[in-house]
Design a protein around this ligand. Sequence first.
Ligand code: PLP
Length: 520
Amino acid sequence: MNAAQFRKHGKEVIDAIADYYENLDNISPVPNVKSGYLYKLVPDEAPENPESFETVKADIETKIMPGMTHWQSGNFFAWYPSSSSFPSIIGDMYSSMFSIVGFSWISSLAATELETVVMDWLGKLLGLDKRFLAINEDGTENKGGGAIQTTASGAMVTMIATARDRFLESLTMQQAIGEDDVARLRPRFVAYFSDQTHSSGEKAANVIGCKARILPSNDDFSLTKEVLMAAVEQDKKSGLIPFFVCGTFGTTNTAAIDDIPGIADVAADNNMWLHIDAAYAGGALVCPEFRPLASGIERADSISINAHKWLLTNFDCSALWVADSTHLVNSMGIRREYLPRVKGDTSFVKDYRDWQIPLGRRFRALKLWFVMRMYGASGIRAHIREHVIQAKWLEERLLADGRFEIMAPVVFGLVVFRIKPTALSEHDRADKDVINKANIDLAELINNEGRVFILSTMLKGKVALRATIGAVHGSLKNVEVLLTVLQKHFAAAINHELVIKDANDNDSSLPCIPSFFTDV
Ligand SMILES: *Cc1c(COP(=O)(O)O)cnc(C)c1O
């Protein structure tokens, strides 16, 4: 493809993208295929001879589209949203244009400096403490700052490794420790999470080879100071080394908020690293009215917020801030002769490869820059508030219906609910498993119909349904559709009328996703 052909076909693709977004409401967000469908549709090998653009493009429609889960659909209420906006797509196009590998300042000056700028902009927009900013008010450099990671999970691994190395460093300063001592100490390191912390916490502990203590959350699904403190005390007595705790602002299951000030106290008393995982709900902090809920995060060592979840920026764009980048750079910075550093005056020189696990990095700052400039702070706030209004609307309607109960406070764009036991027959409501099954069946009936997509989860033994409102291109109309389908399938769910469809036995024309709901 030469530039002239790219000019032509690129414009056709822009049209296809715009058409897609304009027609999202007309397609099912749930795919309608059996597993392995694609292997049967495509050749076994890459083509020997070049194919035309038209041929490949046609396959997007006929082969890829049917197997897509449409995350951008306003009728997609599963997991947490994955943002996408036109300004962000445009920023990404420019990023593709440059196709840099921006691992250091020398390798990509503008990309590095723009990243510092947009991370400070975003930090200020979210009202983060000035400890987390890279540039002080007087224009001098600060120890803190942010860098864009691929995902919140990546940020978690990066921070837990940094925390371990900081702790080892502080030990070295107190006493002489050799390599053997370090090897002996490492397995005694213990990191703390709650049973509601995102799975990436436990995974990060596995990756660095430390113990993960999964503490019980309380009745409102948050981790409390008392529970953490007791565990830390007990572990210290048994010779373990507490070094890291993750506090969550907006858990994945219910958007619960941990007792962050309490956790910060325990972290401070025990020289532990405090990481705040605000992957989803952190986006709400652009609106000042949500900031009191996040009190205590100013005391964290690191904060992670996914711009790709609720801040209009397409995947991947996970913002990570640290209060003191020295620890991060000490942990992640490895020297090699092919990675030259700036000599002499290194002020305002950042090598972001030392702020993350991989070496290479995309020019992601561009999409955040386009989003922040083209929406403006006011536009981003309006976007968040609109979703919260829609979530409250859904909550109100579910309560007004009388047959549902709300399982966790509706604070952000997430509504967690279930069929009220009293809506079941007297016989059924006495059996926990039957109540759970009715809720799973409701989700499954809805997803089999395929107009909307929701998920179930398990909260302390109770199955609940999760509906997240956050689609950039969605509106209240989509939430109305959700309410309609919930009511439509209600009777079938409580009357045990679900016919289990096997994804691999799909002879119906209805969308069919495998049964992957919580087992009871
Ligand atoms: C979604 C989520 C994550 C993981 O996000 P990735 O960027 O996909 O790794 C982590 N923590 C919380 C609280 C989340 O909701």
